[in-house]
Design a protein around this ligand. Structure first.
Ligand SMILES: [Zn+2]
Ligand SMILES: [Zn+2]
Length: 152
């Protein structure tokens, strides 16, 4: 299989909206189903190519792996720094930002906005751990900074 065919196979996945917050490895697995000889390096190269063309959105996380999204319009991402979950959130560039970009004679291509934090599940998990007096980071912090003992 030649290189342009491999590129076409990826393009097809993008057109079919199959790439929804997938890592390069996950895309590699998808492509391998129909192109058993495809190399991971080719996948990385083609992914970046489509990102440059504005057909794919690249989502950087706090982990080592970046994620790719074939939906490139009007949305931003909520990225959980704990479990790595990525959620879509509707986002349209506000008028003041569009004006600001235009004022700088900058040609807008696409938006790449990630809001990092903790998702609902991880927040709940954190709350559970805090109420339990377990030997995790939270109790370690307690030891470091002891609360004054309650006098009976
Ligand atoms: Zn999370
Ligand atoms: Zn998305």
């Amino acid at each position: 299989m030649n290189h342009s065919k491999q590129k076409e196979a990826l393009r097809k996945l993008i057109d079919q909206q199959k790439i929804k917050h997938l890592s390069a490895l996950e895309v590699f697995d998808l492509l391998r189903a129909t192109n058993p000889k495809i190399a991971i390096a080719t996948v990385y190269r083609n992914l970046n190519l489509f990102v440059k063309k504005g057909l794919l959105m690249k989502i950087e996380t706090s982990g080592t792996e970046a994620y790719y999204d074939s939906t490139t319009s009007n949305h931003a991402h909520l990225v959980c720094t704990q479990c790595g979950k990525i959620e879509d959130i509707d986002f349209t560039m506000p008028d003041w930002l569009v004006a600001e970009v235009q004022n700088r004679n900058f040609k807008f291509k696409n938006l790449d906005l990630s809001i990092k934090g903790l998702c609902k599940d991880c927040l709940q998990e954190k709350g559970k751990n805090a109420s339990k007096d377990s030997n995790n980071g939270i109790s370690a912090r307690k030891t470091a900074k002891p609360k004054p003992k309650r006098v009976l």
